[in-house]
Design a protein around this ligand. Structure first.
Ligand SMILES: Cc1ncc(COP(=O)(O)O)c(C=O)c1O
Length: 403
């Protein structure tokens, strides 16, 4: 498509939408992210930009380390405060939250606590799971687990496809809330109802939705929910949290464990394996302290804006991405139903890595994944950012010889 034509189309679209604004002060927030002076980040499905608050949090840790040598009381308190901030995001209580360094580790801890030889052997997972989730469950096969995969059809998982997959042999249903490829979301309440009706548990990977979509673990009735912090929670790699439903905590004993899983980690008794009666029984070693500082700052920033207000703005940006992508002749991947997707919007391209590199040269930061280029805006992005990013996709396709 010619640049003039795509410009005219985006002009017509912006006429309809340019008056729309989020419920918060977009300009003020944008001033708090230095990266925005140089690039248009649209890669929040991968890594959110740094803010003044997350940087200051990192520096707070470095300062205590530098000035006091160590301050374990304050550092432990900080890990607990990060758990509390995570709990508040999902309507859980702090003693239902465990801390890890990755979602892979959190999933492994849950998997290790399940006995696949005690009557129920099947793990039901969708093909939309991030690969690491599939890997963790596949690694349970020597422990008696058997996989049943729910297919991805037309770029999404259809809830009804779980009906044939979930049986009386199902131990656990493992479902992503958001599909990393294209932001398609799954109906967690419907999956919880299906899993529980069959006597199975529901594990949710909410990495692609927390901070972008309101989540209430009590209302949804999920059993376990994990997420890391570097995407819509505005944090860094190297920390993740997991919710464990209160009633389940004392029934589960992970074999992935360590001293922080004990009733009193500071009892220093190597010969006694007791269990914390909170979700901290899933904690293992020394928590990732510096990351906890940054993660809490990111989550508090999200709390301050409000996930509801963020979701409202995301739906505007997502619709703009869908309409603008179509107008530019791009091929969308997955659903175009805003009610069932995040703002992450994916377009099928011949060489996504080459397109990402070409877009970076054009000042836009997208995220390549397999056959698609993902544009994943967040609360700070504008409609102009979306238009510029879509123009950059078209430009990058030209640069890479794909047009
Ligand atoms: C949905 C989802 N789950 C899990 C992961 C990876 O988690 P971790 O690297 O923390 O194990 C990602 C990372 O991109 C993801 O998008």
């Amino acid at each position: 498509m010619s640049g003039a034509l795509s410009g005219a189309l985006s002009g017509a679209l912006s006429g309809a939408l340019s008056t729309q604004q989020p419920a918060y002060d977009l300009k003020a927030w944008r001033g708090r992210m230095p990266l925005l002076a140089r690039m248009i980040p649209m890669n929040n499905c991968s890594q959110a930009p740094q803010t003044d608050a997350t940087r200051a949090a990192a520096e707070r840790y470095l300062d205590t380390w530098n000035r006091q040598g160590m301050d374990w009381d304050a550092w432990m308190a900080e890990a607990q405060l990060a758990k509390r901030a995570f709990a508040a995001l999902i309507n859980a209580s702090v003693d239902e939250i465990a801390v890890f360094s990755s979602v892979s580790e959190a999933t492994s801890a849950i998997a290790s606590a399940l006995d696949f030889t005690a009557g129920r052997a099947t793990v039901v997972a969708s093909e939309a799971e991030f690969p690491t989730i599939g890997h963790v469950w596949l690694a349970q096969e020597p422990r008696g687990a058997q996989m049943t995969w729910v297919p991805v059809r037309d770029g999404l998982v259809h809830t009804a496809d779980y009906d044939a997959a979930i049986t009386g042999d199902t131990a656990i249903v493992s479902a992503c809330h958001g599909f990393y490829m294209n932001g398609g979301t799954q109906d967690l309440a419907a999956l919880a109802a299906r899993a529980h009706a069959a006597g199975a548990l529901l594990y949710v990977d909410a990495y692609q939705t927390l901070g972008a979509v309101p989540v209430d673990v009590k209302a949804l009735d999920v059993d376990f929910l994990a997420s890391g912090n570097l995407k819509y929670l505005m944090g860094v790699p190297g920390i993740a949290f997991m919710y464990v439903k209160r009633d389940l905590i004392e029934r589960l004993r992970p074999t992935v464990t360590g001293w922080f899983g004990r009733a009193n980690p500071f009892a220093f008794d190597a010969k006694t394996l007791d269990w914390s009666n909170t979700a901290s029984r899933f904690d293992s070693g020394t928590p990732p302290i510096m990351n906890a500082y940054i993660a809490r700052a990111g989550m508090e920033l999200i709390h301050g804006i409000g996930v509801g207000a963020i979701r409202d703005w995301h739906t505007v940006l997502a619709q703009r991405l869908i309409d603008g992508g179509r107008a530019r002749g791009l091929t969308l991947h997955g659903t175009t139903d805003i009610a069932h997707k995040t703002a992450n919007t994916a377009f099928v391209v011949p060489d996504s890595h080459a397109v990402e590199m070409a877009m970076r040269k054009r000042g836009v930061l997208p995220s390549a994944r397999g056959s698609v280029i993902r544009l994943a805006p967040h609360f700070y992005n504008t409609i102009d950012d979306v238009d510029a990013a879509l123009d950059a996709v078209v430009g990058a396709l030209g640069d890479t010889g794909a047009l």
